[in-house]
Design a protein. Structure first.
Length: 113
């Protein structure tokens, strides 16, 4: 059974940092491209960051220079390091397996003073 479980969300002040984790099970993790997406209230889900099986990355313009996606194949985990957070980063963040087409349940990130 394929499963993705996100963690690490929470409430943070503007300018702060959070590190999200997505633990995978039931998939051939090392061979799969993975991505992080987010959905703010009243908005469509959008791609935030992508990482290929060979660790190539790309980012949405809104997060370039602030967010970093990485992966640890031995731990079957993908990470999203988020720095210099802004109120507009507030959303539910989802992990996605590009090959299996599976979503995690999401983790809430709230940026507010």
């Amino acid at each position: 059974q394929v499963q993705l479980v996100e963690s690490g969300g929470g409430l943070v002040q503007p300018g702060g940092s959070l590190r999200l984790s997505c633990a995978a099970s039931g998939i051939r993790f090392s061979q799969n491209a993975m991505s992080w997406h987010r959905q703010a209230p009243g908005k469509q889900r959008e791609l935030v960051a992508f990482i290929s099986s060979s660790h190539g990355t790309r980012y949405a313009d809104a997060v370039k220079g602030r967010f970093t996606i990485s992966r640890d194949n031995a731990k079957k985990t993908v990470y999203l390091q988020m720095n210099s957070l802004k109120p507009e980063d507030t959303a539910v963040y989802y992990c996605y397996d590009q090959w299996a087409g599976v979503w995690g349940r999401g983790t809430q990130v709230t940026v507010s003073s």
